[in-house]
Unconditional design. Structure first.
Length: 533
């Protein structure tokens, strides 16, 4: 059987793989004069373009001269090589010694699909630690399998966009998340003998978002109120109360103090309040029936494992309406009707009447910046997207979407379609939701749901003190840094904070950045422990 490659000796005596095409012609993948010098030029060019090492994605393995040169020159924080045809890869690896294979900064993916590419990049690439990211095709190799490598390029680009979006959120909120979680441990640490419970007809659930459609849907809610377990987003709470609908539960996940305005003046002390452990601590005082849950922050996962297992609620959709849907699923809902979930600005309106938005902007307006100007500034802070498929899904009135709102909608649709419960969106002004229809399930009667933390594994003071010691004990960040299982967990809890500090101090190189974050974490923990004394 003829191999995929023939091997040529360059003038400098180095092995140069040549790919054999269907016509039997050979195509050298590197310079046949001096492949190592060619690779060194590429590494030098990359070094000129970057102020610090970056993450390189090579399309095609070849003899890996460029990868080895980049690692040797310190140009690469990590190299990911994507190649196809396991038999061809075996031929390449048998042709010469690949020194890059022994470097922890080198990863080879053989015959990957889109999911594996995305998973690998998400695991390996952190912008604040790895620098920029580039895709470098080995042109003579890529041109011979153009269709496959075009799909790879698209998958890499989609993953980079996802990483960038996640990193942007971490850079903005990493500090608040960390501070809020550390402080909320003190609020969540008392253990009541009679843990709060949710009781009632949770089988038939209404989820209330705060879109403009809620204005016209509140009368429907009032008519159906007796048969529904109503879960309200924090933003919709004042609008519901003003409309005569008292929810059975409130959900809040925003780490920003703007969430405070949803509760000011609201009579909700007896309404169960579900808070992400990363929520502002001051919100805990608005309800006597408080339920903390673990969202998606790595520190939340860590404290669940080491301190106290909190109930887990999926927050990956990025918005509170998605989290309400996850909570309804967690509470055993059989049928869910969604109100006010516009995921757009229908007719240019951002929120329902009665929400925090309008009173807050009215208080902030002045002669130079009236209410209308402030609302316009809010609406146009992100560019609107062109309608999907040339239209707004049959809407007569215009619905304006941003990239964030579209992401929220698609995440909600995917979640709702994957659930066992029947999910229905009440028709309104916003973008119609496309949810896979399911057979209606019988609605059970009242039931008691235990939504409470598990058994405390160690005292809160002991947990924070040990966490601080583990942070201090992390080794200095650098090439070849090996972390054990616990050290990796501790380091992962700091990643959003690392992104936030990098945004403030972009001049810091990775080792100095990590040390600065360690100092910040320890000081925050020490302040909390001092308050508990």
């Amino acid at each position: 059987m003829t191999g995929r490659y023939t091997f040529i000796e360059s003038r400098t005596g180095r092995v140069v793989p040549a790919l054999v095409d269907g016509a039997g012609q050979s195509h050298a993948l590197h310079s046949t004069v001096d492949p190592e010098k060619e690779a060194q030029r590429l590494a030098a060019a990359l070094n000129e373009g970057w102020s610090e090492p970056g993450f390189l994605v090579f399309l095609g393995l070849g003899a890996a001269y460029a990868a080895e040169a980049a690692l040797s020159a310190g140009t690469a924080s990590h190299i990911l090589v994507i190649e196809f045809d396991i038999n061809g890869i075996a031929e390449l690896l048998g042709s010469r010694e690949y020194t890059a294979l022994g470097d922890p900064r080198f990863t080879l993916l053989a015959d990957p699909d889109d999911k594996l590419i995305q998973k690998t990049i998400l695991e390996l690439y952190n912008p604040c630690l790895c620098g920029g990211i580039r895709t470098l095709p080995l042109r003579a190799r890529v041109d011979r399998d153009k269709e496959k490598f075009d799909l790879v390029s698209e998958a890499v680009q989609r993953t980079i966009e996802k990483v960038s979006a996640d990193y942007s959120v971490q850079a903005h909120f990493g500090t608040r998340w960390f501070s809020n979680i550390i402080r909320n441990i003190g609020i969540a640490r008392p253990v009541s003998k009679n843990a709060p419970q949710i009781s009632g007809a949770v089988g038939n659930v209404a989820i209330c978002a705060a879109g403009p459609s809620l204005d016209g849907q509140i009368p429907l809610l009032r008519d159906r109120r007796e048969s529904l377990f109503v879960i309200a987003t924090d933003t919709s709470l004042p609008a519901l109360l003003a409309g005569g609908v008292k929810p059975d539960a409130i959900v809040s996940i925003d780490c920003q103090h703007i969430s405070y305005w949803h509760f000011v003046g609201a009579e909700c002390a007896d309404i169960p309040l579900f808070l992400d452990i990363a929520s502002p601590p001051l919100l805990s005082g608005f309800s006597s029936r408080l339920f903390f849950f673990a969202g998606g922050h790595p520190l939340a996962a860590y404290l669940c494992q080491k301190w106290k297992p909190l109930p887990v609620v999926d927050t990956s959709g990025g918005n509170v309406t998605y989290t309400c849907l996850s909570l309804a699923e967690r509470l055993g809902a059989k049928r869910i009707t969604v109100y006010g979930a516009d995921f757009s600005y229908p007719l240019g309106k951002p929120y329902a009447r009665g929400t925090y938005f309008y009173p807050l902007f009215e208080r902030q307006q002045n002669r130079l910046s009236p209410l209308e100007a402030r609302v316009s500034s809010f609406l146009y802070r992100s560019p609107f997207l062109p309608p999907e498929n040339g239209g707004n899904r049959g809407k007569v009135s215009p619905c304006y979407e941003t990239s964030a709102l579209r992401f929220y909608r698609k995440s909600f649709e995917a979640k709702a379609s994957s659930m066992e419960a029947e999910v229905i969106a009440e028709s309104g002004l916003g973008m119609p939701l496309e949810i896979r229809k399911k057979t209606s399930k019988p609605i059970s009667g009242g039931q008691i749901i235990n939504f409470a933390p598990g058994k405390t594994l160690m005292d809160a003071n002991e947990f924070l003190d040990q966490y601080k010691k583990d942070i201090k004990a992390l080794p200095v960040f650098g090439r070849g840094m090996n972390l054990n299982a616990n050290e990796r967990q501790v380091f992962t809890t700091m990643l959003p904070l690392i992104a936030a500090l990098k945004r403030r101090r972009p001049e810091l190189a990775a080792p100095d950045l990590i040390e600065a974050v360690k100092v910040f974490c320890c000081k925050k923990i020490e302040r909390v422990l001092m308050k508990w004394e």
